[in-house]
Design a protein around this ligand. Structure first.
Ligand SMILES: Nc1ncnc2c1ncn2[C@@H]1O[C@H](COP(=O)(O)OP(=O)(O)OP(=O)(O)O)[C@@H](O)[C@H]1O
Ligand SMILES: [Mg+2]
Length: 254
């Protein structure tokens, strides 16, 4: 069953259609990969779905309710949360206090927020740095902290924009395990990543965009093997410079 039903989303910046008639569904409890070369519109789709940008056309329905253009705070109350490509934490507050504040902002009592913050600090291996200002943490540790802030009150759907980019492999594995464990508990994810082995490892299905449009959707392996997808990553005269192709040889099928 669909958690989000996305129909005909369209947004343009001046003459550029950044998201052009995009339709797909996000199913309850799945991890759906959203892939595509640089500039293909993935972050813009997340902006539209999480209310940071209103679409010029199209609809988003959550379990049948029209949530198109709803602002981020109202969507967050309904359990739609996103993480950013650039991490957003309070740099001059300790890592632990960031978690506590995130919990209280989502309506938890301080004692409950504190308990959950402690458990998340341990699960996310942030114990040794929990009392440092978040601004002193490494990029990977800040990403882990943002995971904790997002999940201190688990969302219905978490939208993650490049969470693994430039993160140490050990922390990547902590993140991947965190996503796996929440997925096993039934949580739903929309995951944007250029890291194809991780996408194949975590996602059963994927949507691939190029130049604002959906060019393939479905089972992860069929998407990666699609002629249009390989072509888009290699780049051609219509799409500008490409990106490393998501060769199925690079990935390890489940
Ligand atoms: N605020 C904006 N103003 C003008 N153009 C924008 C804006 N945001 C995005 N764009 C343009 O929209 C297109 C899609 O950008 P977007 O950031 O969604 O791509 P992306 O798939 O997330 O790329 P990447 O993989 O590099 O993060 C690009 O051509 C980009 O330059
Ligand atoms: Mg992006």
């Amino acid at each position: 069953m669909s958690l989000l039903d996305i129909q005909g989303l369209f947004v343009h910046f001046g003459g550029v259609a950044a998201v052009d008639n995009v339709s797909f569904d996000l199913r309850e409890g799945e991890i759906l990969g959203l892939i595509g070369p640089n500039g293909s519109g993935k972050t813009t789709v997340l902006n539209l779905l999480s209310g940071f940008l209103p679409p010029h056309a199209g609809h988003v329905r959550m379990r049948g309710e029209d949530i198109t253009g709803m602002p981020p705070d109202r969507l967050a109350q309904r359990g739609v949360l996103r993480m950013f490509q650039m991490t957003r934490v309070f740099a001059r507050m300790s890592a632990f206090d960031n978690l506590l504040t995130a919990g209280m902002a989502r309506g938890l009592a301080e004692s409950e927020a504190g308990k959950r913050a402690q458990a998340l600090v341990e699960e996310l291996t942030l114990g040794p740095v929990q009392y440092l200002d978040a601004g002193q943490l490494s990029g990977g540790q800040r990403k882990l902290l943002e995971f904790g802030m997002c999940f201190i009150e688990p969302p219905l759907v978490a939208m993650l924009d490049e969470p693994f980019a430039a993160v140490h492999p050990v922390m990547r594995e902590v993140m991947a395990n965190f996503i796996r464990s929440r997925h096993a508990q039934g949580h739903t994810f929309l995951l944007v990543s250029h890291d194809m082995p991780i996408i194949v490892d975590l996602c059963q299905r994927a949507v691939c965009m190029n130049a604002g449009r959906v060019i393939a959707a479905g089972d992860i392996h069929s998407v990666l093997q699609s002629h249009d997808v390989i072509e888009a990553y290699l780049g051609n005269s219509d799409t500008g410079p490409g990106h490393e192709p998501p060769s199925s040889l690079e990935v390890h099928p489940k």
